[in-house]
Design a protein around this ligand. Structure first.
Ligand code: NAD
Length: 306
């Protein structure tokens, strides 16, 4: 039976790995945080003491890590995957990182005799919990086919976007829209609040016109608008993604003034101590800055999910 390595068991990696185990895959896991591994061990995954251990025992090695630098260290660093994996293994990086790093990891993997697939994850952390994520995949067709059973176990929607690197680039485009729209939502709802408008009626109108966006309609009523700012996707990670957008756009000579403005709003929220909160809490950061209460749905609001 194929053995799957899984490195990075945070807010996303933990439910993704859990869904793999529940659906019958044999997993060996690692995280620098010992506690993060405990839940997987209880589900009958085995725990590895090091990245080298995971790499040496796995046929496919999944990475779900916070930043480009960490992905590079885990894959290509001393004691990393490339130095320890079995010949012919597949490295499946699902983190959101910069395309340049993805390209370098793909090249280094190929030179070492390994396959590389990038498959960043779309939708919310709550979708990952339910095994309903969307994946945007870059890689050769045969390697895409080899990782597809894993993706099917973790999500419901899979798009093959092109060769290695195409998944990461698609994710950058997606997250520009998803994250920047949070800043638009924050400004719109703070203005509505300052005007003294009724939140439910404002949402009725906005949801009924082309001003509709998924963050405001699907994500926000389940998070900040009912007072839950626990991390699904943090303001820190969203800021990281807007930085990836700006850096990769700058490299490609594409000016992105909206991305720059949104990124700096996220910088301000982080400076004010909101970095660890869910990215919908951008509206709290703005309302806090202007000294008004944040908008909240009442307990009997029709927009409040049951
Ligand atoms: P997280 O910070 O909750 O989890 C990261 C995990 O990696 C932590 O458990 C951490 O201990 C572990 N880790 C860090 N360095 C490590 C190392 N050297 N070796 C082993 N483990 C290490 O982050 P997350 O929210 O799970 O996000 C992970 C990635 O997925 C990020 O790139 C993020 O941008 C992306 N993403 C997040 C969401 C979301 O909603 N949270 C959605 C889609 C994509």
């Amino acid at each position: 039976m194929q053995k799957i390595g899984f490195i990075g068991l945070g807010r996303m990696g933990r439910p993704m790995a859990s869904n793999l185990v529940r659906k019958g895959f044999q997993l060996i896991v690692n995280d620098v945080n010992e506690e993060a591994m405990q839940h997987l061990v209880e589900l009958k995954a085995s725990k590895a003491a090091s990245i080298a251990d995971v790499a040496a025992q796995s046929d496919i090695i999944v990475t779900m890590l916070p930043s480009s630098a960490i992905v590079e260290a885990v894959i290509a660093g001393e004691g990393g995957i490339l130095a320890n994996a079995k010949a012919g293994s597949i490295i499946l990086d699902m983190s959101t990182i910069d395309p340049d790093t993805t390209d370098r990891m793909a090249r280094a993997s190929q030179e070492g005799g390994f396959a590389f697939v990038d498959a960043p994850v779309g939708r919310l952390a709550s979708h990952a919990d339910r095994g309903e994520s969307l994946f945007m995949v870059g890689g050769d067709p045969e390697h895409f086919a080899a990782v597809k059973p894993l993706l099917n176990a973790m999500g419901t929607t899979i798009y093959h976007c092109g060769p290695a690197g195409a998944g990461t680039r698609t994710k950058i485009v997606n997250n520009f829209l998803a994250v920047a729209s949070c800043q638009l939502n924050a400004e719109a709802l703070a203005l509505s609040e300052r005007f003294g408008l009724n939140l439910d009626r404002t949402l009725d109108v906005v949801y009924g016109t082309t001003a509709f966006n998924g963050q405001l309609k699907i994500a926000w009523p389940t998070k900040v608008l009912k007072g839950d700012v626990s991390a699904g996707f943090t303001i820190d990670l969203a800021h990281k993604d807007l930085t990836l957008v700006m850096e990769s756009a700058n490299f490609a000579k594409v000016p992105m003034p909206m991305a720059a403005a949104a990124r700096e709003a996220f910088s301000a929220a982080r400076a004010r101590g909101f970095g660890g909160q869910d990215f919908s809490a951008m509206v709290n950061a703005l309302c806090d800055a202007i000294g008004i209460d944040s908008p909240r749905l009442s307990s009997n609001s029709p927009h409040r999910p049951s």
